[in-house]
Design a protein around this ligand. Sequence first.
Ligand code: SF4
Ligand code: SF4
Ligand code: SF4
Length: 214
Amino acid sequence: MTSSTRPVPLAAVMALLPQTQCRLCGFDGCRPYAETLLAGGTDINRCPPGGDVTRLALAALLGREAHAWEGERRPAPRVLVAIDPRACIGCARCLPACPVDAIVGAPGLLHAVVATECTGCLLCLAPCPVDCFAIHTHKDPPHGPWPDRSQEEARRARLRAYRKSRRARAPQRRSSVHADRERKRREIREALEQARRERGWQGPTRDRRIARGE
Ligand code: SF4
Ligand code: SF4
Ligand code: SF4
């Protein structure tokens, strides 16, 4: 909250974050960092990909002191990764690690990085058992509100991260829909059985026979 009484919307904080979902801030992604910032639980100097532009803009927006970078958490040149096709064994362990779905491939097949979507977060490196990722400096960084990242890139990364997390939750949603249907069927069965017991009703077949005068 700023010094005025009007609360700062989450969207305003999110708009200042580059959406790489890199977790360098110590949170599981940009949104949890933004939420904790708004709740006053963390500082404005924890997003290296946003550089000084984000750090100072967050301080101004939230009415906080513009603390300097601390320790090793500080801006670095932007990078992107590529997979060595001669080394990749197609184990697919890197796929779940990429928060923005920038890796394509399927189990048993060669994997590749979509360069235009790679945010350089490096989260895919650790799970690779054969160490086949190469790190490159980004040769043509676009210019936007951050030193080397455009709003359009941030929008795409945010959307891709959102879609990925939705897909990850999908089996859970499907099973809860299934459980809900089962519960309704059970309730209907129980209600019918109770009606039979209470009224001697023997179901729709008998009702139709009676209506036909059989
Ligand atoms: S870009 Fe990385 S460091 Fe910055 S808020 Fe998002 S996840 Fe955190
Ligand atoms: S490919 Fe690797 S470095 Fe690029 S965005 Fe995905 S996890 Fe991050
Ligand atoms: S983790 Fe490494 S070896 Fe496995 S699919 Fe990904 S790039 Fe290939």
